[in-house]
Design a protein around this ligand. Structure first.
Ligand code: NAI
Length: 464
């Protein structure tokens, strides 16, 4: 039996960051992970591999659509999908090995196996029991099925994001259930690689919770790229035939039922907290109705010394939210007083164009009755975006009508996922739109569009 200050259960972005931060703060730390490699869903079967495929398939799209106009004659690109998957695996391997290196560097013990908590202060891994003053649950989430529908996921024909990253070949026809982040990112990948992609979404708009103007613009662009998007439709059944599947859905407005065939069906209807096998029932950990672990402001559960962070607790299921919580709980245990502003957690969809947001949407401000102004700037007026042949989209900054303080920002356009951060920093410091507008931005950059949107909250942008 080994004894630790902290044992973290799960080595995803929440867990491994937490373990490293604990070790940095001088706490004797171990991290339990049952997968063969560290990094959790994000590094192994989520964020990182999907970004590898998004990057590669984007280049295919560029070669097919933009090379000729830029004076590059390269012929039609030929995709060798198995090699693309090898490249993706290589990206996963270097990242997961990197975490292993960081564990060694920080003297964190990797307890290999699946952990459970037989009682407060103890973690069982395999047959061994380890002691810890503090136990942090960072066990993440797993894909949800389609609520109320008949579906059997075999990860071959009917797949979650995990199976979609491992398909043996590019499907001729793919149906994506759910127009959230996963559905649109992976739907884009396969559409660019030549699949005929149909996305079926329950709500009347794509990307639930996004600023409505951005969602509308995004849907138009994706349609132009060739994705067939059906909104206001509830999928009720996915039948697997020998090598195909049949998807049944009903239009919500009139109940009309339709079916569509596919070689692969991607179920992307959300994720659920993963707490199986942890023994939380026996331990008496309080759970919410939605299966999340309930925690206080210090991420502590109702059992003293047992904490939880990331996808298993309330809030957006995002790697960077989990990372921040991992760092925060480590600092709290070490006696510091960290703080996370949940209003300032950015969200990014890594399609082309990218979609990024932080803070309130226009709909949220209207609902709260907050007087605001919206400054908008289209990438059509941005020289760099035009040079990149990516002038679709815009930046929108929402600021308080009286004080000019930035309340939210929404970007659809090139490298939006990078540009959003200057607005995050500005908001962390309580900046006004004028603060951003008066900050010199290098020319020519896409970030100038952020500045111009900030100017649009005042006297107006220059290039519009
Ligand atoms: P999501 O919650 O973003 O979207 C699921 C969609 O499925 C919703 O729009 C919902 O209305 C729809 N839906 C549900 N039942 C349906 C039915 N019967 N028929 C048709 N549509 C139906 O979930 P998603 O995309 O699976 O992502 C899961 C989590 O992973 C999210 O929290 C997401 O933020 C996170 N994630 C984040 C990424 C990023 O930050 N880039 C990348 C991938 C995942």
């Amino acid at each position: 039996m080994a004894s630790y200050d902290v044992i973290v259960i799960g080595a995803g972005p929440g867990g491994y960051v937490c373990a490293i931060r604990c070790a940095q703060l001088g706490l004797k730390t171990a991290c339990v992970e049952g997968r063969e490699t560290l990094g959790g869903t994000c590094l192994n079967v989520g964020c990182i591999p999907s970004k590898a495929l998004l990057h590669a398939s984007h280049l295919v799209h560029e070669a097919e659509h933009n090379f000729e106009e830029m004076g590059i004659k390269a012929g039609k690109p030929k995709v060798e999908f198995d090699k693309m998957l090898d490249y993706k695996q290589g990206v996963i391997d270097t990242n997961t090995k990197g975490i292993e290196f960081l564990f060694k560097k920080n003297k964190i013990d990797w307890l290999k196996g699946w952990g459970s908590i037989p009682e407060a202060g103890k973690v069982k891994v395999g047959d061994e029991i380890h002691e810890a003053k503090h136990i942090i649950i960072a066990s993440g989430s797993s894909a949800a099925s389609i609520p109320g529908a008949e579906v059997e996921i075999d990860e071959k024909i009917v797949v979650t994001s995990t199976g979609a990253l491992e398909l043996p070949k590019v499907p001729k026809k793919m149906v994506v259930v759910g127009a959230g982040v996963i559905g649109l990112e992976l739907g884009s990948v396969y559409s660019r690689l030549g699949s005929e992609v149909t996305v079926i979404e329950f709500l009347d708009a794509i990307t639930p919770g996004a600023d409505a103007e951005v969602a509308r613009a995004f849907q138009k662009i994706l349609k132009k790229q060739g994705l067939d998007i059906i909104t206001g439709a509830a999928v009720s059944k996915v039948e697997t035939l020998k090598t195909k599947a049949k998807v049944t859905y009903a239009m919500r407005k009139d109940g009309a039922e339709h079916t569509v065939d596919a070689d692969v069906v991607l179920v992307a209807t959300g994720r659920l907290p993963f707490t199986e096998g942890l023994g939380l029932d026996t331990l008496g950990v309080k759970m919410s109705k939605r299966g999340q672990i309930e925690v206080d402001a210090h991420y502590q559960t109702n059992i003293p010394g047992v904490y939880a962070i990331g996808d298993v607790i309330d809030g957006p299921m995002l790697a960077h939210k989990a990372e921040d919580e991992g760092g925060a709980v480590a600092e709290m245990i070490a006696g510091q007083k960290p703080h996370i502003d949940y209003n300032l957690i950015p969200g990014v969809i890594y399609t082309t164009p990218e979609v990024a947001s932080v803070g309130a949407t226009e709909e949220q401000l209207k609902e709260a009755g907050r007087a605001y102004k919206a400054g908008k700037f289209n990438f059509m007026g941005n020289g760099r975006a035009k040079a990149m042949m990516q002038s679709d989209g815009f930046v929108k900054i929402l600021a308080d009508k009286e004080t000019d303080r930035i309340l939210g920002a929404h970007i659809i356009g090139p490298v939006a996922g990078e540009m959003i951060h200057e607005i995050c920093v500005a908001m962390e410091f309580g900046a006004s739109a004028e603060d951003l507008a008066r900050t010199c931005h290098a020319h020519p950059t896409t970030s100038e569009a952020v500045r111009e949107a900030a100017m649009a909250c005042g006297d107006g942008p220059i290039h519009a």
